[in-house]
Design a protein around this ligand. Structure first.
Ligand code: PMP
Length: 305
């Protein structure tokens, strides 16, 4: 088996192996039921420093611990251990370009759907840059698929199986000609995108659904709230209604993968002027200056490799 990932090194269960040798058994609860939890982390290559800057590694690994507890794995792989392994993986791959890192903790062995162990781990890192939609903005559809809820599939666990929910919404948005989906929760309130959180700006206040809106407790959302407060822009975490997109002057998605992506239109109706707004642009600049190590702010959020 050859792949365009050839040459990359993967960490799996105590070993660093070539890409094509990183295997999980077909009968594992991971393969059968999606019994895994994971993280998506970005490393930004700094040409100036000649280093990879891994953003908020500690917070991601702490969330990975939280996901394992919610999923009731028989042991919790400590954040510090996964962080050290991840930094070593980045080091061994000798990247000279920005990357997306994906640590996973999963149920290995051959158990059934209630198996809680044995617990396995793997980490991948692959090159990934910032897509054009971050500059240009995107269009979104309010999905007819409901966001999973805490009574069925806890949304605050970053669990592999949860992403079938995102899959339905993402596929339908694509078929219908939109770039992204916005999902409502079981109470009919806005939750998030299909793999990212969101903000809208109303009367100068940056509003985002609260952490009890069936969202993933996004680390980028937390970063954005911090940046907005630093800029003196008022923020509000509350229930958000779908119709507020028609009243908002701006809206944007946020997440490790989606970074800060302006939302130009929802369901074909322009948000504000229908192009990236001023608050969005300011947040983008602050965010990219931060993650690229240009601003030098919050050094505790950056792990240099
Ligand atoms: N919601 C979902 C469902 C996600 O998969 C992600 C990406 N991890 C986010 C929100 C954004 O979270 P973060 O900012 O921590 O990447």
């Amino acid at each position: 088996m050859s792949s365009d990932r050839e040459g990359l090194i993967v960490y799996i269960n105590g070993e660093f192996v070539p890409w094509d040798q990183a295997r999980v058994h077909v009968f594992s609860p991971l393969a059968k039921y999606g019994a895994g939890v994971f993280e998506g982390i970005r490393g930004y290559w700094s040409e100036r420093r000649g280093k990879m800057l891994v953003f908020r590694l500690r917070e991601h690994m702490e969330r990975l611990e939280l996901s394992q507890r919610i999923m009731r794995f028989e042991e919790v792989v400590p954040a510090g251990e996964m962080a050290a392994t991840t930094l070593e993986l980045v080091r061994r791959n000798r990247f000279r370009t920005s990357v997306h890192i994906r640590p996973t903790v999963y149920v290995d062995g051959d158990g059934g759907s209630a198996a809680r162990g044995p617990v396995g781990t793997f980490v991948t890192a692959v090159p990934r840059g910032t897509p054009d939609r971050v500059r240009d903005g995107c269009t979104a559809q309010v999905s007819s698929w409901e966001r999973i809820g805490d009574r069925s599939m806890p949304p605050r666990a970053k669990a592999t199986a949860n992403y079938n929910n995102a899959r339905f919404a993402g596929i339908q948005a694509g078929i219908d000609g939109y770039d992204a989906a916005i999902m409502l929760n079981g109470r009919g309130k806005v939750a998030e995108g299909q793999g990212m959180c969101l903000f809208l700006v109303r009367d100068g206040v940056a509003v985002t659904p609260s952490i009890t809106s069936d969202i993933l407790e996004s680390i980028t959302r937390d970063t954005v709230l911090t940046l907005l407060r630093d800029m003196g822009i008022a923020t509000s975490e509350r229930d958000v209604d779908r119709s507020e997109f028609f009243l908002a002057s701006e809206a944007f998605f946020c997440g490790t993968g989606w970074e800060i992506t302006p939302i130009n239109a929802v369901d074909g109706a322009p948000v504000g002027a229908g192009r990236p707004g001023e608050v969005t642009r300011r947040v983008q600049k602050a965010y990219f200056d931060l993650v690229h190590g240009v601003s030098g702010d919050r050094p505790e959020w950056i792990s240099e490799v």
